[in-house]
Design a protein. Structure first.
Ligand code: PHE
Length: 352
């Protein structure tokens, strides 16, 4: 019997088979249990002889089962580890990477061109005082021009002051020209003494939405203040900038007289392009597209900023970054710039 049971223990291939062997030997009606029960019906002499034999058998079978159990458990663990092994040489599944948004890419390109031309960068806050956005820039008080900008006004504060979401980057002209300024966070432009040569990239806001307008858009402002600055400097700067930005000497431009309260004379600049094929192509065609406003800084603005117009002159310009991006990359609708559609971004090569 012992040899049979021990062979069965050794032959058990898994935990379930081993348990079956245990039950058949040591379970309620197992073979060894039956032997143990039979002790009760024996004479004392017989029992003295058979008792230790049967108990010894039970102990040896129990020990064999325990040993086999350990072996099986170790094998099971090995198999599990082998099955769960990580193969570090397998190629990783593809993952989407983020990328620079077209507007920021265009902004960087524009800043790089101006930096090469000797401009430094100044920044101002999105929430601006009515004074910096309008008054200091020579917008008369209560003048319809303030409403003309489709301004987002903030509620009046405790001092009765009504802040605005800046409608253009021009208020940063005021911040830069004010030689003495309030204590501001380091990223906000502080006053500088002339000569001044800065560009101001930033977000701007107007209540406007159609194919060529979005309520939030981006501008780059330029400001140069020095002695004996004239329109020729302005024209050269903008033409040089545009041909470098569009990476072609063939950019044809024109200046149209215009009106801004903060420049005199003022102009708008158009680029010649071809709009016949749906998308806009620069360097060909007979159409014109307005891309920026500019002019000579108005003497009142210089005075409002503490500069003597008989000593200092300058020019300023402000152009739409998103609009120039749309032009360079041939995108038909400005609003797509801010729709966050990954398929659109991929189409224009902005996402891998
Ligand atoms: N701030 C003007 C606009 O947003 C552009 C401009 C800037 C015009 C500087 C003249 C000088 O339309």
């Amino acid at each position: 019997l012992e040899a049979d049971i021990l062979a069965a223990v050794e032959g058990a291939g898994d935990a379930a088979a081993l348990e079956a062997v245990r039950v058949s030997a040591l379970g309620k009606s197992g073979s060894i249990s039956d032997l143990l029960k039979s002790l009760g019906g024996m004479s004392p002499d017989e029992r003295r002889e058979r008792g230790p034999q049967i108990n010894g058998l039970r102990d040896r079978v129990q020990a064999a089962i325990a040993a086999r159990k350990q072996v099986l458990e170790a094998a099971e663990l090995d198999a599990k580890l082998a099955a769960e092994k990580v193969d570090l040489t397998l190629p990783a599944p593809p993952r989407r990477k983020g990328s620079v948004h077209p507007t920021m890419q265009v902004m960087d390109e524009m800043i790089a061109v101006f930096a090469e031309m000797g401009f430094s960068v100044a920044e101002g806050p999105d929430i601006e005082t009515d004074f910096n956005n309008f008054t200091a820039l020579n917008f008369p008080p209560k003048h319809p021009a303030r409403e003309m900008h489709d301004t987002f006004f903030l509620p009046e504060d405790a001092n009765g002051e009504r802040k605005v979401l800046r409608t253009h980057t021009s208020p940063v002209q005021v911040r830069v020209m004010h030689a003495v300024n309030e204590k501001l966070p380091s990223w906000i432009a502080n006053g500088q003494e002339p000569p001044i040569r800065v560009i101001v990239p930033g977000r701007t806001f107007r209540k406007d939405s159609d194919q060529t307008h979005t309520p939030m858009f981006h501008q780059i402002e330029g400001l140069v203040i020095d002695k004996a600055i004239h329109m020729g400097h302005l024209k050269w700067t903008l033409e040089t900038f545009l041909s470098r930005y569009f990476e072609t000497p063939e950019v044809v431009t024109r200046f149209r007289p215009h009106h801004f309260p903060f420049t005199e004379p003022s102009a708008e600049m158009d680029v010649q392009c071809d709009r016949s094929g749906g998308e806009v192509k620069i360097g060909q065609g007979t159409d014109w597209l307005e891309i920026l406003g500019c002019g000579m800084v108005h003497p009142n603005v210089l005075r409002n900023c503490g500069l003597d117009p008989d000593v200092w002159q300058g020019f300023a310009f402000g152009c739409g970054v998103d609009r120039l991006g749309v032009l360079k990359y041939g995108m038909p609708d400005l609003r797509d710039m801010f729709a966050s559609d990954v398929r659109w971004l991929e189409h224009y090569g902005f996402s891998p």
